[in-house]
Every structure is written in structure tokens, then in C-alpha cells.
Design a protein around this ligand. Sequence first.
Ligand code: IPD
Ligand code: CA
Ligand code: CA
Length: 266
Amino acid sequence: MQGSANLNVMIKAARLAGRSLVKDFREVENLQVSAKGPGDFVSKADMAAEQIIRDELMEARPNYGFLGEESIETEGNDPTRRWIVDPLDGTTNFLHGMPHFAVSIALEHKGEIVAGVVFDPAKDEMFYAEKGQGAWLNDKQRLRVSGRTRMIESVFATGVPFGGRKYLPAALQDLARLMPQCAGVRRWGAASLDLAYVAAGRYEGYWERGLNAWDIAAGVIIAREAGAMVEPLREGKDLLTAGSLIAANGGMFEAFAKVIRERPDA
Ligand code: IPD
Ligand code: CA
Ligand code: CA
């Protein structure tokens, strides 16, 4: 796909941040054995990645707004355009030396996501999409959602809240309803990649509660451009601010949503 100038800026920023994260990730692997652990180091790696992305995007498009997980939101002179950035999605994996994390960058125009990039630097997988242009992986691979439509053959992804977070009981009940009916559920710990994997046909569907806009903005357009249906868990809500979503290939969506939406507002 011949991407727009904006998409090229996003891909370049994601690559630069990804390179920095991979370098830091090697150090994190070494720090696992230290008594203090890699916590502080990872916070710095996370913030450094956001700074790299911010510098790159702001230099290329100084008028756009910027919403990043690790910094205060900046409004742009152009109020219609905003970057939405998660510099490190999958922090817990990164912290534990597990190579499953991503840089997520989306561009919003007049309230709608028009481009998204999710880059997994450990596997060198660059997922990207622009509105109306399809979804792509690396240079030339067109992404399509899977064709499976039988629940019992399907693998789903989710995120289960950790610690005492408020959605834990609802998430456990979702699992109790869904797991007897499907081929497996994965909890890999990076929402942006979960959506990208639905786009790539690796998972049939994904749902999660308690998310932020930066976790999902890029992944949503990638999934949709690959043919997925993506909706807020509670129908009628605004997808990016709802915090809970459900995504699946079109043939599977209804059956999957029926199970998950038994408790939509929990
Ligand atoms: C988290 C990941 C995880 C999801 C959490 C997110 P972070 O983002 O996407 O998969 O379950 O809800 O907060 O903290 O690693 O950027
Ligand atoms: Ca995140
Ligand atoms: Ca993050």
C-alpha cells in the first residue's frame, strides 16, 4: 500500500521508538536477577519511547494535538487533528522480560481515527491501516480477519484485570461463560496487539474492559480495515471513551457478542 505522508511519519516514529525499546528490553532481561528488579528502568524506557515519538510527530506536524499515556495532553493549533499514542503497550510483559509489547500510534481527525500503526519491535511486525485503504503487515502483506465462524473452533483474546481492579469479577464471569464454548482464550497482555491479531486472523475475536483510548485507537482502525466488527461492549457508547470493547470477524461477531454481552455494563 502506498501510504500517505502522515502514515509514513507514524511508521518512522514507531520504528525509532521500537528501536529504543528493544535496546532497553535487553537490559531488562539482565535486570530480572537483581534484587531491586527492573521497575524504575522500565518507567524510564517507557517515557523515553514517548519522548522519541512526540519529538518525531511534533517536528513533522507541529500543529497537531498530542495525547500520550505518559505525558499531559497538548492541544494543537489545528483542533481537528490529534495523535493518540501508547509508547509501550504491554508494560508488564516488558518488565518481566517477555517479548510481547508494542508501540501504538493513531491519528484522529474530527473525532474519527483515520490512521493507525501498531509496531511489535521484538518480532519486527508493523501493523498499519488508513481509512479506506485496508490493513497491512510489514511491506506488502494485506491483512484479513479469519473466516472461522464456529465458536467451538475459535480462539479469543482478552485482558483480565489484575490486582483488585474493579472489572475482575465481570472478566472472570465472562471466561466462565465463554471458555466451555470455544477452542481457547489467550491473555497476552498487549491490547493493541490483540486487536492487530484479530486483523491478522490469528484470533477470531477479542474483548476487554477498563481500557484507555491510547490502548485501542490504532488497533481499532487496523482491525476494522481488515474486516472486523468492533463495537463498545455497551451498545451506543462512544468507542474510544467507553473503555470496554468487543471485536471479531463479521461471521463470528453475533454469536460471540451474545455470550460476552450477557453482562455488558459490568
Ligand atoms: C495494558 C495492556 C494490557 C491490558 C491493560 C492495559 P499498558 O496497557 O494493553 O493488555 O490488559 O488493560 O492497560 O499498561 O501495558 O500500556
Ligand atoms: Ca496500553
Ligand atoms: Ca503503556
